[in-house]
Design a protein around this ligand. Structure first.
Ligand SMILES: NC(=O)C1=CN([C@@H]2O[C@H](COP(=O)(O)OP(=O)(O)OC[C@H]3O[C@@H](n4cnc5c(N)ncnc54)[C@H](O)[C@@H]3O)[C@@H](O)[C@H]2O)C=CC1
Ligand SMILES: O=C(O)[C@H]1O[C@H](OP(=O)(O)OP(=O)(O)OC[C@H]2O[C@@H](n3ccc(=O)[nH]c3=O)[C@H](O)[C@@H]2O)[C@H](O)[C@@H](O)[C@@H]1O
Length: 438
């Protein structure tokens, strides 16, 4: 099939290579000329495991190319994926839908034969209805169909999640749309992946509800971490022990500094607008627990340090919003570094993949080329992104023990196994756990 992917960022670019990998002819449309050129030359503009290999393979095979020209895509493809961004609005009142509206508004008048538009961006509930009105008003040909097909991929696993998702959800209203979805995903469905067909509003709610549930699980265990602090209990053990119950499950229930606020904040705002009172109250609590994790981490850091941190140098390990990505958008780790700097500390940052993106936003921070260099002469160490090279390197505690001023590790992701750190003379502080001293 000939398909286009409009918007080639963290979602769109892996989706484009996945579509080429399963045999389609793909044109990626990317309005940022630098990003478009890099992709066309087989260079990944961000770190994502396995992505660049497939990009190189399929740009070389000719099955995948990139353009900034939407008209080229309209002429070439029969199915158009919309994967442009929906950042949170600056006032926090839901997503900024401009990119999605503009992409559809620009594409529709260019279509000169029947086509299916398949939305993949995460949108505010109610958006599909707005887009359908644009199609009804602006399409020059009959049979321009709209499908809402939310994406559930996780950054760091984008290629795998694109090729072998847990499920495919498609909200649609016509036979043409259903046949297009079944054809484009046929090789994935052949691997036993389930296709859930529904109407567009249900597809929109499925996506928002899935993200809200994932954040709820994280906020739940973080609220329990707070309880553990009051009674001297151990939240990691609580998460493990309740997660053994299969109705609960321990996936996605690691305590720490919370999830990025984007999706739950949008959905909370939207259900408030709709007047869904109970949903609004519930999600507001989830959102506010999430937001309170940064102050909780700062309190822990100050307790571990034994007082205020102004004037202190903090080795800050990790600014990516999670391990496995170079993405710092909505990163709770970066937010923590910012709050520490506001309090007069100097964070010296090391991250295996996210230094360039962090430096662009904060040239004033200190930077290091290795964890060891960041730790040298620091007053304490904060581990803010759970990269295995921080959490699973058995040598790091011993090799850095004599470099740091005070052997104090504050692990705000609760992923470090304290044993090797304690053995090397470090104190280990984690959220919702008793501090451990050598
Ligand atoms: N990043 C992720 O893991 C996931 C993202 N999503 C959703 O997917 C959407 C995209 O997210 P990301 O890829 O992370 O955003 P992104 O900001 O990395 O990528 C969006 C891309 O679209 C391009 N663009 C904007 N308007 C365009 C236009 N009219 N024509 C061509 N290109 C255009 C931008 O230049 C940018 O490169 C968002 O709605 C997000 O919520 C959903 C699931 C997972
Ligand atoms: O719609 C989206 O954008 C995507 O959002 C999340 O994926 P992602 O943002 O890549 O990351 P997660 O792995 O869910 O982590 C989100 C944040 O929560 C944190 N987290 C995650 C899991 C956990 O147990 N505890 C925890 O604090 C992570 O460190 C990270 O900061 C969802 O997992 C995807 O299904 C969804 O497609």
């Amino acid at each position: 099939m000939r398909v286009s992917v409009i918007g080639c960022g963290h979602l769109g670019a892996p989706h484009a290579v996945a579509m080429a990998e399963i045999g389609h002819e793909v044109i990626g449309v990317e309005s940022d000329p630098g990003r478009c050129e890099a992709l066309g030359n087989g260079i990944a503009p961000f770190f994502e495991e396995g992505f660049e290999d497939l990009l190189v393979r399929h740009t070389a095979s000719g099955r995948l190319r990139f353009t900034t020209d939407l008209r080229e895509a309209a002429d070439f493809a029969d199915l158009h994926f919309i994967a442009v961004g929906t950042p949170l609005r600056a006032d926090g009142h839901g997503y900024d839908m401009t990119q999605v509206i503009e992409a559809v508004r620009s594409l529709v008048p260019l279509l000169n034969r029947p086509a299916t538009i398949v939305g993949r961006s995460t949108v505010m509930v109610g958006t599909v209805e707005r887009l359908q009105k644009i199609i009804d008003a602006d399409a020059r040909v009959a049979n321009v169909e709209l499908v809402w097909n939310p994406e559930f991929l996780r950054e760091g696993h984008a290629v795998r999640d694109s090729l072998l998702p847990d499920r495919i959800v498609a909200g649609l209203t016509s036979r043409q749309a259903r046949e297009a979805v079944e054809e484009v995903y046929a090789p994935i469905l052949d691997h036993g992946v389930g296709l859930i067909l529904t109407d567009p509003p249900t597809a929109e709610v499925i996506k928002s509800a899935a993200n809200a549930f994932l954040t709820t699980k994280i906020s739940f265990i973080n609220a329990i971490a707070e309880v553990c602090e009051y009674v001297g209990a151990d939240v990691n053990m609580v998460a493990h022990a309740i997660g053994v119950d299969r109705r609960i499950g321990d996936g996605g229930m690691r305590p720490g500094i919370g999830a990025g606020p984007k999706d739950v904040t949008d959905f909370t705002h939207r259900v408030g607008e709709l007047g869904a009172r109970n949903a609004h109250g519930f999600l507001t609590a989830v959102d506010s627990i999430n937001a309170d994790r940064i102050p909780a981490a700062i309190r822990l850091i100050e307790r571990a340090h034994g007082g205020p941190i102004d004037g202190r140098t903090i080795a800050f390990l990790g600014t990516a919003f999670k391990a496995g990505t170079s993405d710092v958008r909505d990163s709770p780790a970066l937010r923590l570094a910012e709050r520490l700097a506001e309090r007069g500390a100097t964070p010296v940052i090391y991250d295996p993949e996210a230094i360039a993106a962090t430096r662009e936003l904060h040239p004033e921070f200190g930077y290091a080329d290795t964890a060891e260099q960041a730790i040298t002469d620091a007053d304490l160490v904060v581990l803010a992104t759970e990269w295995p090279e921080f959490t699973a390197d058995p040598e790091l505690p011993a090799t850095t023990a004599d470099l740091v001023r005070h052997r104090v590790l504050v692990d705000v992701r609760n992923t470090v196994e304290p044993g090797p750190w304690l053995a090397a003379g470090w104190e280990v502080w984690q959220l919702g756990r008793r501090p451990q001293r050598p």
